[in-house]
Design a protein around this ligand. Sequence first.
Ligand code: ZN
Ligand code: FE
Length: 252
Amino acid sequence: MEIKIIPCLSDNYSYLIFEKETNTLSIVDPSDFHACDEIIKKYKKLDYILNTHHHADHVDGNIKLKNKYNCKILGFKNDKNRIPGIDILLNENQMKKIGNLEFKVIFIPGHTKGHIAFYFKKEKIVFTGDTLFSLGCGRVFEGTHKDMLNSLNKLKNLPPETKVYCGHEYTKTNLDFCLKHDPNNALLKEKSLIINSKLSSNLPTIPTTIGEEKKMNVFLRYDDVALKQALNLKGSSDQEIFSKLRDLKDTF
Ligand code: ZN
Ligand code: FE
């Protein structure tokens, strides 16, 4: 499995997935036709589009790519009226193959009602769209804070070595937010050096891993004692801490 990161629009990432044995080319969330096609056209084909959710900055390339390459578009069944050009309707926990690669559909509502992640267990890779970011999580638009926390917990339970490819380059702002509320996290300070050097060389900070996120992303650390203390919410539930953090981030 080869993955190419395609920066799109101001801060989106689309991901090209190439599987050699069956010569299968897929793309996750083609935000922008031209940016994606610059790379796709070198392969002279596109077999599948995988959409994490229906937002325009994740599906805008769908129709033009489908018209040019006659590819199949895969998305969550409940979003069949919101994902342009959708062909294959996916169910929660369904296993699906693209060439020789198999992924599982993880249903992770919160950002939108029909948001899903694509989990390639064997390859230890997950595409998380706008639900889990490097050091952050997506805004809660259509679901509840509780939905979002449940969804993040599903991702948190994947093996720690799982690589995370998310929908946006939001890492710098997320890092600042994490450092503000978790200032004594030594690993976070270490990672900030790596992040800053990547960004100053214009490189993506993606992928991260589930293991790193568990240790550094405040939205997965709602049960950390030091973090609870720093927020002055010692006796509060996980849900309360998470909601507080999400609210604070909305105005950060
Ligand atoms: Zn979105
Ligand atoms: Fe987005």
